[in-house]
Design a binder for this molecule. Structure first.
Ligand code: ADP
Ligand code: MG
Length: 453
């Protein structure tokens, strides 16, 4: 991928969006813009120092980690506050959806490094890889499509984007005349909004309905975007009807895509659903070896083993840890050994599963109120709000239903719980302080407990 500031920042955003709660994403990043990228230094601009401080405190490490894996070298982040009338500050986007990304185009270039050859196979991804290869082959040779659509799903950092792009790269390599379009559901939405504004929906439709292979990444973000779902539904029908290939990815299987129209979900299930699971230890080692080799690095087996042991559920994080370990050893002027990098890797041992009691303890501590008050009947403002925040977090971070959460909060009725939840959700949209509180709480909880979502 060309390392222009926009490209780097865009990749960072699309990853970040899948890693942090959407409310936090909107709060901190909707107005951030890339200013510069050179020699491993990424500079972004934000409108005020509140945002600058927040991004630096909360997200610096995550952003630098993602950027390092995108740019294949350590990246340092600099956040600048843009003067309101500065040259750099372009007009603020008018619509929320448009505010999410910086560039307008709907189609993204394929990353040439995302190939089948560079994708390590394991028990965790066997079906997804085999189906992707068969699909690429069928498109390239214009054969009958074995699965249409192919629906690849799995949690973040397990290789969905890599596989989708590998299909695209493989088709283009075999037959450059095939028209391949790769996009994300969000970009598809943004492009549609622009097309509607500029009265260009005809051109938009034309473009999408003429492709041989349509790859749409992260369709879970279609949730709540009715016009986009409508458009995709028609595009899908058109392509499927003319035997063109559609490949979709999502962080969950079609049946769990709440907030999507049934008719769209049912079409997503017409072909094959292939999942990707977290890689086992052997596969993690193989991936680390592959990543070291492609970077031209000779890293000791012991070092790779330590990293593979400590990081298990996300290949992106695995890769990030390798890059970080190498950079760290270089900075310290030490050889890269298990001992020298031990301190920068996450600690071993399973984190306990998050429960409502953990949430209550954290919230009580955060707001400095006695724990039993959260179950009690007090309507004092601070206490009522803390209780609502705890309820909100219980709903967001655990799989409990409203009635079960009610039982955990002094046997409250489920309607009371639903009310509290919606109230906080609504407030979050325009209360940055509450938003920051909740982000802090959530991050504190996520760092100590494991979440099932
Ligand atoms: P997702 O889209 O599922 O969040 P990505 O496709 O962005 O995940 O993968 C994250 C990173 O991990 C990418 O750099 C990708 O190349 C790498 N990766 C994931 N799985 C594998 C694999 N099996 N072999 C090699 N690299 C992998
Ligand atoms: Mg992805």
């Amino acid at each position: 991928m060309g390392d222009s500031p926009i490209m780097v920042w865009d990749s960072v955003l699309s990853d970040l969006r899948t890693q942090i709660p959407s409310t936090s994403f909107e709060t901190w990043f909707s107005e951030a813009q890339p200013l510069d990228y050179a020699n491993g230094a990424l500079v972004i601009g934000v409108p005020d120092s509140f945002k600058k401080g927040g991004i630096e405190r909360r997200y610096r490490e995550t952003i630098e980690g993602i950027a390092a894996s995108v740019c294949r070298q350590p990246v340092s982040l600099e956040v600048r506050v843009l003067a309101p009338n500065s040259e750099d500050a372009s007009p603020r986007p008018q619509e929320d959806e448009a505010a999410v990304t910086v560039t307008v185009g709907g189609t993204l270039p394929l990353n040439p490094d995302y190939t089948f050859a560079a994708f390590v196979r394991g028990e965790n991804n066997r079906l997804a890889v085999a189906a992707s290869e068969a699909t690429a082959d069928a498109v390239a040779r214009n054969l009958k499509k074995p699965y249409n659509p192919l629906f690849v799903y799995g949690s973040v950092g397990l290789g969905k984007t890599h596989l989708l792009q590998a299909i695209g790269n493989s088709v283009t390599a075999a037959d450059p005349t095939r028209s391949v379009v790769y996009t994300t559901s969000e970009r598809f939405a943004i492009e549609l909004i622009h097309a509607i504004r500029k009265n260009g929906t005809a051109a938009f439709r034309e473009k999408y309905r003429q492709v041989d292979l349509l790859l749409i990444d992260d369709v879970q973000f279609l949730k709540g975007k009715e016009a986009t779902q409508e458009e995709l539904f028609h595009t899908f029908n058109e392509l499927h009807g003319s035997r063109k290939q559609i490949v979709l990815s999502s962080d969950r299987p079609p049946e769990d895509l709440a907030g999507l129209q049934d008719r769209l979900v049912s079409r997503f299930k017409w072909g094959l659903e292939a999942d990707i699971q977290p890689p086992d230890f052997e596969t993690r080692m193989a991936i680390l070896r592959e990543k070291a080799v492609t970077r031209g690095l000779d890293v000791d087996h012991d070092v790779l083993e330590l990293i593979a042991k400590r990081i298990s559920s996300n290949v992106r994080a695995l890769e990030g840890a390798l890059v970080k370990a190498i950079a760290y050893a270089e900075l310290q002027g030490q050889p890269l050994t298990p001992r020298s990098i031990e301190g920068i890797l996450p600690k071993e041992g399973r984190r306990p599963r998050l429960t409502v009691s953990h949430i209550k303890e954290e919230v009580a501590l955060h707001y400095q109120i006695p724990l039993p008050e959260l179950d009690g009947a007090s309507r004092k403002k601070e206490i009522a709000q803390a209780r609502q925040v705890a309820i909100y977090l219980a709903r967001e971070l655990t799989e409990l239903s409203f009635p079960s959460i009610g039982r955990e909060f002094g046997d409250r009725d489920h309607t009371t719980i639903m009310h509290a939840y919606s109230k906080i959700k609504l407030l979050l949209a325009d209360t940055p302080l509450l938003n920051a509180d909740i982000t802090d709480l959530q991050e504190a909880l996520e760092s100590r407990y494991s979440l099932i979502r």
